[in-house]
Design a binder for this molecule. Structure first.
Ligand code: ADP
Ligand code: ADP
Length: 225
């Protein structure tokens, strides 16, 4: 069964004039698949990702996750943004630990899980540091650890490496691939960088504006040796 099922989805932002951000979007994403949403700025990629996250409601059509409608954010669909949006007054450890508590658990301390995630993203030595003491790449690694500690079924990433320099971006892309190969979490990855989409994804969904829809799909996995 498909993990994410998007059927005939449209989104119109109210306004004068209203903005038709998505039109007639159909997309089916299988469990464990790594899908890139590729397209120029303003074509509706973030809008689609925000609908999958439950931050925005679609105005037409249906969006289902594991067969059920998406109505609000949930830890099973963790989000990583372009800027990691960390709490500046919390250490690296507590930023990641807080992600786990967002699940609504009464357990206050997830030390073993948090430490395992910090180890995975290479930040064990920085667990007591504050976000302002970290580089951009390191902050994004905290954001990824905070999302993964929730053991999400799907990881929704909105240009997560877009603000990083080229060298750091490459390091982060390799890190993300190694994590994905280990966890096989479904990933939906928004980018306007075609090289990044080709490097990371099993399948590229090319979005185009006017009307904002998925113009074509390219199966990368079939093309790989
Ligand atoms: P992308 O992520 O591909 O750059 P977006 O999903 O951010 O595209 O935006 C798609 C279109 O919807 C753009 O024309 C943008 O200006 C518009 N838009 C996005 N968010 C809002 C909003 N909250 N209110 C009104 N218009 C919006
Ligand atoms: P990135 O963050 O993703 O890999 P950087 O080039 O910014 O790339 O950092 C490379 C290394 O330099 C880090 O892994 C860390 O060991 C060290 N480093 C970066 N920023 C700091 C800092 N503020 N304090 C101490 N060490 C740092």
């Amino acid at each position: 069964m498909a993990n994410i099922e998007i059927t005939n989805v449209a989104k119109t932002y109210p306004g004068n004039p209203p903005v038709r951000a998505l039109d007639n979007v159909d997309l089916s994403i299988r469990e464990g698949e790594f899908v890139a949403l590729l397209g120029p700025s303003g074509c509706g990629k973030s809008t689609l990702l925000n609908i999958l996250a439950g931050f925005e409601a679609n105005t037409e059509g249906e969006v289902r996750f594991d067969g059920g409608p998406i109505t609000k954010p949930a830890p099973e669909r963790a989000v990583v943004f372009q800027e990691a949006a960390l709490f500046p007054w919390l250490t690296v450890f507590h930023n990641v630990n807080f992600g786990r508590r967002l699940q609504g658990s009464t357990r206050m301390n997830y030390e073993p899980e948090v430490n395992a995630m910090l180890d995975m993203v290479g930040l064990t030595d920085f667990r007591h540091a504050y976000p302002s003491q970290l580089s951009g790449g390191m902050r994004q690694r905290v954001g990824i650890a905070r999302a993964l500690v929730m053991q999400p079924r799907a990881l929704l990433m909105d240009e997560p490496f877009g603000a990083l320099d080229a060298q750091t971006r490459l390091t982060m892309q390799e890190l993300l691939l190694s994590i994905w190969q280990k966890h096989k979490t479904t990933v939906v990855f928004v980018t306007h960088d075609i090289d990044e989409a080709v490097l990371l994804a099993d399948r590229i969904c090319v979005m185009s504006a006017r009307p904002a829809h998925i113009a074509r799909e390219i199966d990368i996995k079939l093309a790989r040796p």
